[in-house]
Design a protein around this ligand. Structure first.
Ligand code: IPM
Ligand code: MG
Length: 374
């Protein structure tokens, strides 16, 4: 018995990670994230087996489709998926069904990733980079967006009917009770571990799907009495987000409203280059982790990309999929420290801001700074 326990104790855990570098700066930031992953694996004595996959433009070039079957299969059988970014002007003119973005939508659906967690956090060291007035951000911003990811209008029935001037394009928004229940549950559980406040965003003054959304969120709220629930219509939510972001904790909303509001939230933190995201489905299934920024084709290959959002995505992956929360915290602390020490990639410097040129680092430089803190 004792012998067995010892064997278990000394047995290294091995995780299989599907790695999708993607397009533009994707491969550069993924390289950086991989070196961070290898370092924490060594520190915490676990092994990572990386399975490189193609998706997005890179897959269109190689296979003629944005999401090859083999990529989806590899991701489905992995413990987690780490993705850089997909898309770029090179593929802007391919038919809609073949666009690189289809890879993202296909991965989300194919992995059942119904919840997209996007933390929008204002790092004190970067508070000057927020476009909001200092009196508004003085109490900080720390909002967790919980966006429904595989339902609603992005996956609803769509098409065209008629012709000429009566040609009509349509997309449909619909939500079932079951779809709202699972995303609401995720939001309330997240809020229980935070400031215990949930804002549910809908358009229930107009849309029937929103009325079902609201009724269902209220039903789930009843099972989480420690959490207070507030409802906002989406137009008002867009205003409140710039007026009183410090009062927001967890925001749960539909696929489309979440897409829009989470970009607004990222922008007010002034640091879109450092925000990670996690897309989660059923607990025993792989989650997908990616920076919230895009593939930045304008700076691809220059070495100037900021790897921090991808590095922080590794932290979320360690926490939610690999259950290595200490390793996750180490990465988050390391990033905090690097920013407090004043290290900056170019995207984190405001126009007219003076920064010691010795403190400006490129993608590799930033990675080394984080590694040094691990
Ligand atoms: C995002 C992106 C995607 C989305 C696009 C690229 C399909 O904007 O992850 O927010 O709308 O979900
Ligand atoms: Mg978006």
């Amino acid at each position: 018995m004792e012998h067995l326990q010892q064997e278990n104790f000394s047995k290294k855990r091995t995780y299989e990670i599907a790695v999708i570098p993607g397009d533009g700066i994707g491969p550069e930031i993924i390289d950086s994230a991989r070196s961070i992953m290898r370092q924490v694996a060594a520190n915490y004595n676990f092994d990572v087996i990386e399975k490189q996959c193609l998706a997005g433009g890179a897959a269109i070039d190689e296979f003629g489709v944005p999401l090859p079957e083999v990529t989806l299969k590899t991701c489905q059988s992995a413990d987690a998926v780490l993705l850089g970014a997909v898309g770029g002007p090179k593929w802007d003119h391919v038919p809609t069904e073949q666009r690189p973005e289809k890879a993202l939508l296909g991965l989300r659906k194919g992995l059942g990733l119904y919840a997209n967690l996007r933390p929008a956090k204002l790092y004190p060291a970067l508070s000057a980079a927020s476009p909001l007035h200092p009196t508004i951000v003085k109490d900080g911003i720390d909002i967790l967006f919980v966006r429904e990811l595989i339902g609603g209008i992005y996956f609803g029935e769509r098409g065209r009917s008629g012709s000429g001037s009566t040609l009509r394009g349509y997309d449909t928004e619909s939500y079932s009770v079951a779809e709202v229940e699972r995303i609401a549950r995720m939001a309330f559980i997240a809020a229980e571990g935070r400031k215990k406040h949930v804002i549910s965003v809908d358009k229930a003054n107009v849309l029937e799907s929103s009325r079902v959304w609201r009724e269902t969120v209220e039903k789930i709220a009843a099972n989480h009495p420690a959490v207070t629930l507030e409802h906002l219509y989406v137009d008002n939510a867009a205003m409140q987000l710039v007026k009183r972001p410090s009062t927001m904790d967890v925001v749960v909303t539909t696929n489309m409203f979440g897409d829009i509001l989470s970009d607004e939230a990222a922008m007010i933190t002034g640091s879109i280059g450092i925000l990670p995201s996690a897309s989660l489905g059923e607990p025993d299934k792989p989650g997908m982790y990616e920076p919230i920024h895009g593939s930045a084709p304008d700076i691809a290959g220059t070495g100037q990309a900021n790897p921090l959002a991808t590095i922080l995505s590794v932290a979320l992956m360690l926490r939610y999929s690999l259950h290595q929360s200490e390793a996750a915290k180490d990465i988050e602390k390391a990033v905090d420290q690097v920013l407090s020490e004043g290290w900056r990639s170019r995207d984190l410097i405001l126009p007219n801001q003076t920064v010691d040129p010795d403190k400006i680092v490129d993608c590799d430089g930033m990675t080394e700074k984080v590694l040094a803190c691990l």
